[in-house]
Design a protein around this ligand. Sequence first.
Ligand code: HEC
Length: 453
Amino acid sequence: MTRSLLLAVLGAASLACGGPLGTPEPTGTIPFEPERPTPGGVTRTPAYTGSDTDVLAAQRTYATGLDLHRKLVLRTCGGTNGVCHNQKEYPDLHTAGTFLAAIGAPCNVQSGNPTGVYDRCERLGDRFRFMEKEFREIEIGYFDLVRGETPKLDPKGARPDAATPGLHLYLHDPVPGAEERMWVTGTFIRSFIEGGEVRTLPFTSYQTNWWVLEDRRHLFAEVNEGQRDTVEGLAASGIVQGDQNRNGVYGARTATPVPLLNPGRPEESYLVARLRGTMKGEPIPGTRMPLANQPPSVQDMLALMCFIQGLDPKAGPWSLESSIDYENCTYSKDPKALSLAGAGASWKGRVLPILQSNCGGCHGGDNPQGGLNLLGTADEVHARLLKPSAQRPTQPLIQPGKPQESYLWLKLSGDGSVLGARMPINPLNGNAALPEDQLNDIQEWILFDAPKD
Ligand code: HEC
């Protein structure tokens, strides 16, 4: 293109910008369009026409996804048992932006506790090879850093085992060859997507004596003097483990991964599964999450399910400002079926066994501590808990629906003033708290009106 032609084209373009109808630019005013489209396109769906009171109430409270975030999800971050404070594996849903980003996002597997990871949250692992050896990269299942310096190992003597201090790496396939110990560089490799292209890059490596153990899928790397920092850095580099929960199932290979919020498919959304404790009837690992410090009500669940169901998988990006479509939501036909009451935190199946095994030793027999006997049949103990506390006779041990007015809960949770010690007392070290999942279930049982079954 000649220079003059280029100028002519530019000239035409700038003319076009002057206004298609030749109207002069207004001076002194900023053009403003009141109904500006927001990113993701807001949609308005027709209102619910039925008469179910739960649906009507849900529609009033949670008209849009933004309401759902503000009124349900955000409440989670307050209070003494807020999931944001004590469950590392909980995804970050603090802002409307991160909640929106949870749609279609892989579920979080950054759990401190490997057994808390659900197979269908596992991603394809990083890969491994020895720089000096010719073999195909092998997917990493998981690794274990047994802290400390590796003791001097005799190459001809006893072989290291799973407890030997050093870095243990468990791979999907056996390392080819026959060598059992070699001074080589273990290299960790990851695939990145860059500019639409998949690129493979080694991102960290470690040179030491590597042992090939067992079925050649367990590798052991010695950590020698001066190598501790290197290996700690390696472990902290965020190696993606294909079998993070170490159960032999490589989730990303064997099943479709589930996103946190799965557009159009509430039954296969990890967030919903964590609230229910199950996905499609199968238990999933990890403590159930009581969103907003309390079990979600039928209306809360309905709003969440209809919100997810209303997200058209082909129509992203979505907007939280769109209305939730209760009219076409299949769950509006029978919202009560979404009730989570008794799903896990039952009296006979869960709460009573916790009390009897943790408390019965002191609160049983002829002369129970504090005048409280927690042993007996399920009905006997239940009836006793509805009576006033001995220490604070103005308060019942359990006030159905109200943990904060239940003296037994105050003694257990440590959030409220009580006489005497926090329970259970541990005579050995005074450490007095039940694990978080047990506390959650007891609290949930009280909130669901402490049913007798
Ligand atoms: C090692 C013994 C011991 C264990 C274990 C123990 N308690 Fe206690 N409990 C006591 C003693 C002693 C008291 C009275 C003194 C106090 O409150 O500190 C008491 C008092 C109580 C009271 C007050 C009773 C009332 O009627 O006011 C409650 C409630 C209670 N315990 C609940 C529990 C629960 C629930 C557990 C199990 C999770 C438990 N305790 C485990 C020793 C124990």
